[in-house]
Each structure stands twice: as C-alpha cells, then as structure tokens.
Write a protein that binds this ligand. Structure first.
Ligand code: KG4
Ligand code: ZN
Length: 342
C-alpha cells in the first residue's frame, strides 16, 4: 500500500520572474521540472518589472503546469505562497487551487526561501536529479537570491531562528545593479562572474560591510562604491571592477556565515538561492569549511535559481514533518520564515 512517504507532489513556483512547475515522487525523485524564464521580458529594464511579471505568469502558468503534470497522478499540490511579488503569488495560488479542485487533492502553501534551502538536498547524477543528499542539522543557512539575503540557524526541518537579513540590497540585486552600471546586461550575476574571471580581484579595494555585532547585511554601500569608482576614473578595466566587486561580496558573505557558525557552534552550512551559482562563493565557502571542519552544502547549479522542484520538496518536507497538515494558502508577499510547530 502506498504510504504518506510515497506521495507524488506537484510544485508550482511564480514568486518572481520564473514560471515553473515540477513533479516530485516520494520526496526524492524529480520526474519533471519545467521552467519558463521571463528574462527576455525584463532584461531591457535590467531588473524585474512586477506588472510585466504578473502578466507573463498568467499567460504561461497553465501551459507550464500541464507540461510538468503529463499523465502523472498526484496526491498533493504545493505552491510558493510568499515571499514574492503579489501578482505572481496570486497567479500561483489560483493555478494551484484549480489543479487541487480538478484532481481532488489537498493544497499546501510553502515559503519560497525554505524551498531554496531544501534544494540543497538535490543531487544531479548521470543526468538524473534526486533529493538524496539529506541536510545535516543543526546548520547555518545562507539564502542569497535576487530579492533576499538571509542567515538562519536551523535546528531541524521547520525549526528556525532568523539571525539576520539585508538592510537594503539583496546580494543578487547588488550583482544586477553593478552589471547595469557597467552595461553588461541582465541578470547581472552570471555576466559579472564571467567578466571577473579575466580580472584582478585585488585591483580595487571595495568595502567589506561587516555590520559588526549583528548578523545583518548591507550591500548598497559596495554598489555605491562601484558607482563612485566609475564616476571618478577614466579607462577603467571592467574585468578588474567585476573581480574586485565579486571578491568584496564573497568575502563578506563567507565571513558573516562563519561568524554565525562560530557563535552557534554548528558543523554544517547550507547555501541556496540564485547567487549560490557563483563559483567563487562556492569555492571560498568550501575552503573555509575544510579549514574549520565544517561541512558545506550547496544547491546544485541547475536548481539554484527559482524552480518548481524546490517548492515540491518544501511541500513534501512540510507534509511529512509539520506534524499536522497545514492547509493555510494565504499569500504573503513579505512572508518570514516561521516554525512549523507554531
Ligand atoms: O533565486 P533567484 O533565481 O531569484 C530570486 O528569488 O530572486 O536569484 C536570482 C539572482 C539574480 O540577482 C542573479 O543575478 C543572481 O541570482 N545570480 C548570480 C549568479 N547567477 C545568478 N549572482 C552571482 N553569481 C552568479 N553566478
Ligand atoms: Zn528565489
């Protein structure tokens, strides 16, 4: 007989600029993961335009869900109910409710950022992706994306303490803004990282905003330092600006994460979100982890940016570990992580 453990979940993601849906079996096997990105719509603005994003989600969501679903029989629908752009969240909720009503299965709302964390459990082997790299608790989680930069102490699934967030720009947003200043295009992270490969990370000394005594972040100062540098210098080398900016970002993220590791005496770190695709960040975190005897887990590159797979997995974890079925599907653009027991 099929047990709860073996349920099949449809995950729907529409919080920002990717319309995505995925099917996850038994909390492990990723059967499908369809991602439709809106990059082409937003790139001329060098950032996500909320109204255009909502419209594009509304246009694409049915097609994406249909393709991910195929002929699979599902037991549960999970969707990202926040944080995110209100229009996109509404589209995700309506799509999830429609599938839930049609298939006569329950629906669960999950936190998009928890999805980014749990995505660290996925592993890509021989062309197949499965969630078989269980997180080890307690851990410090660093979630770095285009909209968020947060540091959490995580005791177990659904048991969190928020340590700090960014006071201004998110890490990915800083990459996007610097790319815009340099005329490199959108999204900024991948192009800045590529340009940085050719440059000298020590050419320019940009600030490392440590926000002493807190676990908060502030990245607008680095971005402003880059804009002043560009204003005050002629004949700049874009590759040196990128390499030096990236070094400042990475050094700050690693230092703050390991301050938290020290304070909370943990042996595990997990890094998720779009910026986790950054090779220098990964290398630096892993190196520091090896030095300090800390295991560092990164989301696989293929699932670092927004996707339905991580939402399906978050739905599975919540279904299995929350103790009671939480059917709250209210959307909340400013959603904070919350303990499942409360
Ligand atoms: O998680 P995500 O797909 O969307 C949000 O939830 O925001 O993250 C997108 C962000 C963008 O700001 C993008 O520039 C950044 O992730 N990003 C990177 C890299 N690849 C994507 N940042 C730094 N280095 C990268 N290689
Ligand atoms: Zn995200």
């Amino acid at each position: 007989m099929k047990t709860d453990k073996d349920i099949t979940i449809l995950g729907i993601e529409t919080t920002c600029d990717e319309t995505s849906a995925a099917i996850l079996k038994s909390g492990r096997d990723l059967v499908s993961n369809v991602v439709h990105t809106q990059i082409d719509i937003h790139k001329k603005y060098c950032g996500v335009v909320p109204e255009l994003a909502s419209r594009a989600h509304a246009v694409k969501v049915a097609e994406v869900v249909k393709e991910a679903l195929g002929n699979h029989k599902i037991d549960l629908v999970a969707f990202a109910s926040g944080p995110g752009l209100p229009g996109g969240l509404m589209v995700g909720r309506v799509a999830a409710e429609a599938v839930s009503a049609l298939k006569n299965v329950p629906i669960i709302g999950v936190n998009h950022l928890e999805g980014h964390l749990f995505a660290c459990e996925f592993d890509a082997k021989e062309g197949k992706i499965a969630a078989d790299k269980q997180l080890k608790f307690p851990l410090i989680a660093l979630i770095v994306s285009g909209g968020h930069t947060e540091l959490w102490y995580v005791k177990n699934y659904g048991d969190y303490k928020m340590l700090g967030r960014t006071r201004d720009d998110a890490a990915g947003e800083a990459f996007d803004k610097v790319a815009k200043l340099l005329g490199l295009g959108y999204p900024g992270g991948p192009v800045v990282a590529k340009e940085a490969l050719k440059g000298n990370p020590e050419a320019i000394k940009f600030p490392r905003p440590m926000m002493k005594g807190t676990f908060e972040f502030s990245f607008s100062g680095i971005k402003t330092a880059v804009s002043y540098y560009l204003r005050d210098h002629k004949d700049i080398k874009k590759e040196d600006v990128c390499a030096s900016f990236q070094a400042a970002m990475v050094e700050t993220l690693v230092a703050k994460t390991f301050q938290a590791v020290k304070k909370y005496k943990v042996k595990n770190v997990a890094v998720g979100g779009g910026v986790a695709a950054n090779e220098l960040l990964k290398e630096s975190m892993v190196k520091r982890g090896q030095k300090e005897g800390v295991d560092v887990s990164f989301v696989p590159r293929a699932l670092s940016s927004d996707n339905g797979a991580m939402i399906a997995l978050a739905g599975y974890k919540k279904f299995m570990f929350a103790g009671k079925f939480n059917a709250n599907i209210r959307i909340n653009p400013n959603m904070r992580i919350k303990n499942w027991g409360k």
